[in-house]
Design a binder for this molecule. Structure first.
Ligand SMILES: *Cc1c(COP(=O)(O)O)cnc(C)c1O
Length: 394
């Protein structure tokens, strides 16, 4: 191995260890669910994106097992060669139906979907306008285009409007936003974004990964939540969160957009096809998510209860309604210390600190699921109550 590269990497890792510390993955045993087994302890799980509890749904798991027996594990070929099975197309049709689009194209992940999107749709004559807190995959996907790029401060739609006015000469302008932002759980201001897009003849692109299946009466996402079904031009999302948590991402939109992606999106073309059993699992999860509005109602009730209870305990919880609940614990290692105390007390949460969030904006991110029982949420709230001792000592 090249000594100079090793030397540089070791030096940089040492620096990182000494400053931000090195990330270490938590090793979990068993299946994803409202509780998790970690190192022999059973913890209330407030850290997953399994918003509807479908990762453990018996119907989803049975369908996947049956598909595995019938179709085997993987196809060892790309979609564009001999990797496509009927279930891939069926899943794409059901995704389009769920979000109210003409068509959809499947990727291995929403990260892949976002990586392939922008280079396929726009070029040097175009402008991409992106919210500063957009997901890393949107940021990277936008980096891969040769379009002009501008980042507007988070949710600053006056600045966005200024940029739209200033870029009127471009062939196309794309406004790109998360539907729900993953650090704060805040929703994009879609009514004004849709109005701005229309008035400036721009294209509205929304990554609804935290909203597909979750928000709106039928789970269509952020647009449905705001009564704006059909007003988002291009929608991307994941099957790895509320829709079973297996894997997969998609882009949904008009037929011409989707067809263009099938022809040009590099993470669609130059990769293996999704294992059919995973596609069957996602298909089943979508079916269950559509049939069970009670899951969304339960999620909303669980979320409202925990938000209110954490506030009553004296924690700073910014207003919001999404199942992502930021609990602000600003400064130093407070958030990390409270997360450690909670972990020792049977509750799994993660602290977010610089550089994931700005210094001074440290927080614990709590994520609620429809699968949490009242007892589990009460246990978690009691632990948050006891963790206030950490605050008192800081
Ligand atoms: C989770 C997430 C992704 C990545 O989704 P995967 O399917 O896991 O790759 C992309 N965008 C946003 C906004 C997300 O929250």
């Amino acid at each position: 191995m090249n000594a100079a590269l090793l030397e540089r990497l070791r030096t940089e890792l040492d620096e990182r260890r000494a400053t931000t510390g090195l990330r270490r993955d938590l090793v979990v045993s068993g299946a994803q669910g409202p509780t998790l087994d970690v190192g022999g302890e059973r913890l209330v799980n407030l850290a997953s994106n399994d918003y509807l509890g479908l990762a453990g749904d018996p119907e989803v798991l049975d369908a996947a097992r049956r598909a595995l027996r019938e179709t085997g594990l993987g196809v060892a070929a790309g979609r564009v060669l001999c990797g496509t099975r009927a279930v891939h197309g069926e899943l794409e049709a059901r995704i389009a139906e769920l979000v109210g689009a003409e068509d959809a194209v499947l990727h291995h992940s929403c990260f892949d979907a976002n990586l392939g999107l922008f280079d396929a749709l726009v070029g040097p004559q175009d402008v991409v306008l992106s919210d500063a807190l957009n997901h890393a995959s949107l940021i990277d996907g936008i980096r891969l285009t040769r379009a002009r790029r501008h980042v507007y401060p988070h949710a600053d739609l006056d600045e966005l409007e200024r940029l739209l006015t200033a870029s009127a000469d471009a062939r196309h302008r794309l406004i790109v936003t998360d539907g729900v932002f993953s650090m704060d759980g805040d929703l994009a201001a879609l009514p004004r974004l849709a109005e701005l897009a229309e008035r400036h003849d721009a294209v509205l692109v929304v990554d609804d990964s935290h909203a597909t299946g979750v928000l709106g009466a039928t789970g269509a996402g952020t647009a449905e939540h705001f009564g704006l079904r059909g007003r988002v031009d291009v929608l991307t999302g994941t099957l790895g969160k509320a829709l079973g948590g297996g894997a997969g991402g998609f882009v949904a939109g008009d037929r011409a957009v989707v067809e263009t992606l099938r022809q040009l999106s590099r993470p669609y073309i130059f990769t293996n096809a999704m294992a059919p059993a995973l596609a069957v699992a996602a298909l089943t999860a979508i079916r269950v998510a559509r049939r069970r509005p009670d899951l969304r109602a339960r999620l909303a009730a669980n979320t409202a209860w925990l938000r209110g209870t954490l506030r009553d305990l004296g924690y700073e919880v910014p207003p919001g309604e999404h199942a992502i609940i930021p609990v602000m614990l600003r400064g130093g290692t407070l958030a990390a210390d409270v997360a450690s105390a909670l972990r020792r007390d049977g509750v799994l949460v993660f602290a977010l600190s610089h550089p994931v969030v700005p210094a001074g904006e440290e927080r614990i991110r709590v994520q609620v699921s429809a699968s949490h029982t009242a007892g589990q949420l009460e246990r978690a709230a009691a632990a948050f109550g006891r963790a206030r001792a950490v605050l008192a000592g800081s």
